[in-house]
Design a protein around this ligand. Sequence first.
Ligand SMILES: Cc1cc2nc3c(=O)[nH]c(=O)nc-3n(C[C@H](O)[C@H](O)[C@H](O)COP(=O)(O)OP(=O)(O)OC[C@H]3O[C@@H](n4cnc5c(N)ncnc54)[C@H](O)[C@@H]3O)c2cc1C
Length: 406
Amino acid sequence: MKVAIIGGGASGVFCALQLAKNNNVQVTLYEKNETTLKKLLITGHGRCNVTNFVDSKTFLENVPHNSKFLYTSINKFQPYDMIEYLNSLQMKTVVQENNRVFPISNKAITIKNAFDSNINGKINLCLNSKVEQIVLNNNKFDLFVNNSHQIFDCVVVATGGLSYPTTGSDGDGYKFAKNLNIKIIKPRPSLCALRVKQNIKNLEGSSVFCELFYSKDNKIKCSSKGNLIFTSFGVSGPVAFNLSSKIEEHSVCNDDLIVDFVPEISFDELRNKILNYKQNNSKRYLIHCVNEFVSLKIANYLLDYVKLNKKMQCANLSNENVNQIIQLLKRFKFNIENFDNIERATITRGGVDVAELNPQSFECKKINNLYFIGEVVDVDGFSGGFNLQIAFSSAYACAMDILKKC
Ligand SMILES: Cc1cc2nc3c(=O)[nH]c(=O)nc-3n(C[C@H](O)[C@H](O)[C@H](O)COP(=O)(O)OP(=O)(O)OC[C@H]3O[C@@H](n4cnc5c(N)ncnc54)[C@H](O)[C@@H]3O)c2cc1C
C-alpha cells in the first residue's frame, strides 16, 4: 500500500514511525520545511513537555473541547505508552510538577533527533515539499507537489493548525478538507492571551495570583485560577491561557473579563479586613489600605480607574467607599477586545469537524483511506503536554488502522 503523509510535525512523524515498522507499507512523508518537527523544537520553551502522566480518564478531563471524540484513541495509546515508546528509543523522561513529562535532557532536540533517526532510510522523506492539492481519482489520491504529481492509495493529512505559522502550519489542511467537501469548524486561537479595551499600559509587567472569570451578557460562563501577567494589550500567563481554552464562544469581543484579585479572601472577610484597617490605621492613606491586598502598581491602577482619592485618610472612608474597594478587588471588570492573534496562540481551536471522522481511526467517514490527525482536527487540550499526546494518540490510531488494511 502506498501511503502519503502530509506534514512532518509531531503527528505526521509519529504516524510515519508506526507505519515504518511494516514492510508492506510504502510511506512518503511530505514536509514543506527544510526539516521535520520545527514546532516541536519550540514546545515547552525548548524543553518539550511531551505528555502528561495521568490515566486516560484524567487526561480527557483536561481536554475542554470534543473530549468524547478522543475517548477511544487516548485509551488505545495512553501517556504511559508514549513514555514507554520514548524509553524504547533510549530516551529517558522525567515527570515534573503537575505530571508534566519532559525528556531528561530537558531539550526538545533530543526527541527530534531520535524520531528523525528512526524514520531515516525506512520511509521516503521529502523535505522542502509543499503539497498543493489532493485530487480524488477512482478511489486513489493524486497529490500535487513541487510541479509534479504522485498517486497514492491512502493519504494522512497532518498539517497542524494556524498558530506559529513560521513553523509551517498555516492552514493548508483546511484547504484540502474544503476542496474534498469535508466540513471545517472555523479556526480560532486557544491557549492564548486575551486583549482588553482599557488602556492598561500602567499595569504592563505586573503579575498576580487571581481568579479570572469570562462573562457574556452579564453571566459568568467559565473561570480559572492561577497566575496572571498583564501585558501592554491585555492579560496573559497560565490563568489567561487556561481560560481562553475553556471559552466555548467563537467571538468574545463585547464580553467581559472579571478579575478577583484576592480569590483566597471571601467578600465578608475582605470587608472585615478593610474595616479593621480603617480602625487601626485611621491616618494612613487609602492607597496603603488597597496595597495591603495587591501590589502598589495594581492598587494605583484600580484607584485611578474609579477616580478615588488615593490620599484620602482611612478614617474618612465611607461605607460606600468600602463597597467600592471590595468591588475593585473582587470583581474588577475589563472589556474584552478579542483573543490574541492566532499567530501567537499556542494552539488552534476548530478545524476538521470531528463528526466527519471515525473516532477509532481518524479516517473520513465520507472518503475511505483519507485521514486527518493532530491539530488540524477540532480537538484541543489544556497546556501540560496534552496537545502533543493528542497528536501522538491520533497518529497511532490512524497508523494501526492503515496497518490493519495491509
Ligand atoms: C510555542 C508553543 C509551545 C508549545 N508547547 C507545547 C508543549 O510543551 N506540550 C504540548 O503538548 N504541546 C505544546 N504545543 C502544541 C503542540 O506543539 C501542537 O499541538 C503539535 O505540534 C501539533 O502537532 P501537529 O503534527 O498536528 O502539527 P504541527 O506540529 O504544526 O506540524 C504540521 C507540519 O505540517 C507541515 N505542513 C503544513 N502544510 C503543509 C503542506 N501543504 N505540505 C507539506 N507540509 C505541510 C508544517 O510545515 C508542519 O511541519 C506548543 C505549541 C506552541 C506554538
